[in-house]
Design a protein around this ligand. Structure first.
Ligand code: NAP
Ligand code: G4F
Length: 393
């Protein structure tokens, strides 16, 4: 059964299990006592726990779905309709779906559509919601500020309000971002560092961050923010800088691409491995009281350093020429220029330097990143070489 057929099956099977869901209704009675709303319902201790992931087709959503399935969760995912296939990262998860006990179901919906959120929450009745869906590209948010605000900001309101309206005692995770710190006022950044967002994306995430806290304080909801620094993987979107670099290098070696065009090489980021970060999201929802946490590696590197690590990993000998917009990287074996600057990729306002302090997550959650930056580059480079069907130079 492929992913599309499976969604059809999932939607049909929901119809079949509806009476069963209705019989569970009393287990999710809304209570006015916040402390009681933090208690998991008795039934879900004996049954598999249920999670809803928005953004399940994205990098983090796909790793989180895998992680929760291995923990025995029934995983529901919100997917939006696209004219092109957008389930490549989760297609492999359909293999083990049993018709009698589906543990992985997708539902059509959109963060722009409140009714779809209410419908999906009513069907899935999740113990935990992970709100990972967003227009997540910082550069693109300058071109689509209103849309980014609608999905990345107001989308969170729609989901929290749907949960409040239905009255589920669900625990809620909001995918907050180190982009909140923007033009960072202190280094390294932790949970107490003031925000200074530098893009429509950062502003939308700031709104969603405060709204999540507001629902926690106003309605006693178990709603938390994970303030995550950049995390990458072979599943990273192809127009984020790390993946753009590893995929382009592989395509250049395969003879499918001449040159890699980049913007600001001096920006510094705290890059971790996405697979390790999704575990931290889950840990935040298992705490006795809701709280916000930073997840980061605590080390920073420039885009240039990432690029040079990737070229070295692909065994391409290189030399740098020119400065500023004229800067270029030449493959010294072939003499060809393989990296150039394209100012098109400069942003109207840049975030120059982010590095996180995750000591609170380490002491309270026991969360710790394990993969070093060179190891991460090697993982991504190897995956993209395999995808392009080439060996190192
Ligand atoms: P991603 O790969 O870009 O995935 C974004 C997901 O959101 C995709 O599944 C996308 O669906 C979905 N989506 C977009 N618009 C939607 C809409 N209107 N309705 C429903 N779904 C929608 O992002 P990611 O890297 O996994 O990041 C996950 C979350 O963490 C995002 O909120 C991001 O802003 C945040 N974050 C990421 C990082 C990082 O370094 N990766 C760091 C901090 C915070 P399609 O597949 O259909 O496009
Ligand atoms: O890879 P990026 O697009 O990631 P950015 O802007 O840091 O945002 C990512 O991390 C955030 C966490 O801090 C998330 F919240 C967000 O959703 C996203 O996942 O750009 C990284 C840096 C920037 O300084 C950018 O100007 O790389 C620089 N850069 C240089 N050339 C480029 C390029 N970025 C992109 N995307 N493409 C380039 O060609």
């Amino acid at each position: 059964m492929n992913a599309v057929e499976n969604l059809g099956y999932s939607l049909r099977s929901i119809g079949k299990i509806r009476p069963w869901i209705a019989s569970l209704k009393t287990l999710f009675i809304h209570t006015d006592f916040p402390s009681q709303r933090f208690q998991p319902c008795t039934m879900s201790m004996t049954m598999s726990r249920r999670a809803l992931i928005t953004g399940i087709t994205g990098q983090d959503g796909s790793y989180l779905a895998e992680f929760l399935l291995t923990k025995g969760y029934a995983v529901h995912g919100l997917v939006r309709r696209a004219s092109t296939f957008n389930r490549g990262r989760i297609e492999h998860l359909f293999k083990d779906v049993s018709r009698d006990a589906p543990n992985f179901q997708l539902h059509y919906g959109d963060l722009a559509d409140s009714n779809s959120l209410i419908r999906i929450l009513t069907i899935a009745k999740p113990d935990e919601v992970y709100n990972l869906a967003a227009q997540s590209h910082v550069g693109v948010s300058f071109d689509t500020p209103e849309y980014t605000g609608d999905i990345t900001g107001i989308g969170t309101t729609r989901l929290l309000e749907a949960l409040r309206t239905i009255g589920l005692p669900t625990r809620f995770y909001q995918a907050s971002s180190s982009e909140l710190y923007g033009k960072a006022l202190t280094t390294p950044q932790n949970e107490d560092t003031p925000f200074y967002p530098r893009s429509p994306y950062g502003c939308a995430k700031a709104y969603a961050y405060y709204l999540t806290r507001n629902y926690r304080e106003s309605y006693g909801m178990f709603a938390v923010n994970g303030i995550l620094f950049n995390h990458e993987s072979p599943r990273r979107g192809e127009n984020f800088v790390t993946r753009k670099i590893t995929l382009s290098i592989a395509n250049i070696l395969a003879g499918r691409q001449e040159c890699l065009y980049l913007g600001n090489l001096e920006a510094k980021r705290d890059w971790g491995y996405a697979k390790e970060f999704v575990e931290g999201m889950w840990m935040m929802l298992q705490q006795p009281v809701p709280d916000d946490f930073v997840l980061a590696t605590g080390r920073a590197a420039t885009v240039r350093e990432f690029l040079e690590l990737a070229l070295t990993e692909a065994r391409i000998p290189f030399e740098r020429t020119g400065i500023g917009k004229e800067e270029a990287y030449r493959d010294t074996r072939t003499g060809k220029v393989i990296v150039k600057i394209d100012p098109h990729y400069y942003r109207p306002a840049e975030v120059d330097f982010l590095v996180g302090d995750a000591s609170k997550a380490r002491s309270k959650l026991g969360w710790q990143p394990k993969t070093s930056l060179p190891e991460l580059v090697a993982i991504m480079m190897e995956a993209d070489l395999k995808l392009a069907g080439v060996q190192k130079a």
